[in-house]
Write a protein that binds this ligand. Structure first.
Ligand SMILES: C[S@@+](CC[C@H](N)C(=O)[O-])C[C@H]1O[C@@H](n2cnc3c(N)ncnc32)[C@H](O)[C@@H]1O
Length: 284
């Protein structure tokens, strides 16, 4: 059983749940940490819909026996199909601890498993298929744009050379391969490479942009949009969307400054250290 401490939970409730009788959407159910707390803060007339693209999250959703709660396996880009006007929409981006802690899902460079990285295991392309077939330019572009990896071209060249001799199959194989060529002392040298491949395999940028636009359309007047991101690329997408003409046309406006976790939260849950919460409100 996987455990998970929901990130910035007090800040989420305080900023999201402005009407306890309202209807809310949790777009990133995961292990349900935020969903459970949102439900705690709704009255009998309140309602919570939760979605997640990962089919394995359905088993955790079934544990919430509450008639005010509804779960669906959906992508961010499909939320308009819910066709419900909402008082608040919440995104807690990235991987769940269930995905990261299970070596078979292939997300972690610290645990050996198949190079998979699909958030939804029914999608076709795994990280293994991609890394063994993509062109050197494709690999270099993904590592550069989605991983901000300074050595993107060098790693892409070495990956393509190496896979001629033996294909990449496991997370440990890829992680040790990157380590061999890296001099980074600060954090694990494969951090950026793994994140870039994960974002590519799951089409995360497009999913976020479409999800945020749809969210803006679904909100009622005074409805709140809360986005928690965990690295600069995710945060940039959220920030740029909230500043865009499109957001203005959809009457969604950023509210206040971005919020970071407290020192106490970072101490008790180191995973929260890079979190940034952005808040927006629907005007009409
Ligand atoms: C950080 S976890 C959420 C953790 C959750 N808030 C909790 O407290 O347990 C992010 C979740 O979002 C899901 N997710 C990521 N991208 C998605 C997308 N485009 N559509 C739907 N779900 C997505 C992942 O599968 C993962 O379960």
């Amino acid at each position: 059983m996987f455990t998970h401490q929901p990130v910035m939970i007090n800040e989420t409730i305080k900023n999201l749940v402005h009407d306890p009788a309202g209807t809310y959407l949790d777009c990133t159910f995961g292990l349900g940490g935020h969903s459970k707390e949102i439900l705690e803060n709704l009255n009998d007339n309140g309602r919570l819909i939760a979605i997640d693209r990962d089919k394995e999250t359905a088993q955790y959703s079934k544990k919430i026996e509450d008639k005010r709660f509804h779960f669906k396996n959906l992508n961010f880009s499909e939320i308009e199909s819910l066709n419900t006007r909402l008082d608040g929409i919440f995104f807690d981006l990235g991987n769940s601890s269930m995905q990261l802690d299970d070596p078979d899902r292939g997300f972690s460079f610290q645990k050996d498993g198949p190079l998979d990285m699909r958030m939804n295991k029914e999608e076709e392309m795994t990280a293994e298929q991609w890394i063994n077939t993509a062109t050197e330019k494709e690999i270099s572009d993904v590592l550069f744009h989605l991983g901000e990896e300074r050595k993107s071209r060098f790693y892409a060249k070495k990956i393509v050379e190496s896979r001629k001799k033996s294909k990449f199959k496991t997370t440990a194989q890829l992680s040790l391969f990157i380590e061999k060529y890296s001099s980074s002392q600060k954090r694990h040298p494969a951090t950026n490479v793994f994140r870039a491949i994960r974002m590519h395999i799951n089409n995360e940028i497009e999913e976020m942009i479409n999800g945020f636009k749809s969210a803006a359309c679904l909100l009622k007047k005074n409805g709140k949009l809360i986005i928690i991101s965990f690295h600069s690329i995710e945060d940039r997408i959220a920030k740029n969307f909230l500043r865009s003409e499109e957001a203005k046309n959809l009457s969604i406006k950023k509210q206040g400054k971005p919020i970071k976790p407290t020192i106490n939260e970072i101490k008790s849950n180191p995973r929260s250290r890079s979190a940034i919460m952005r808040i927006a409100i629907k005007n009409v």
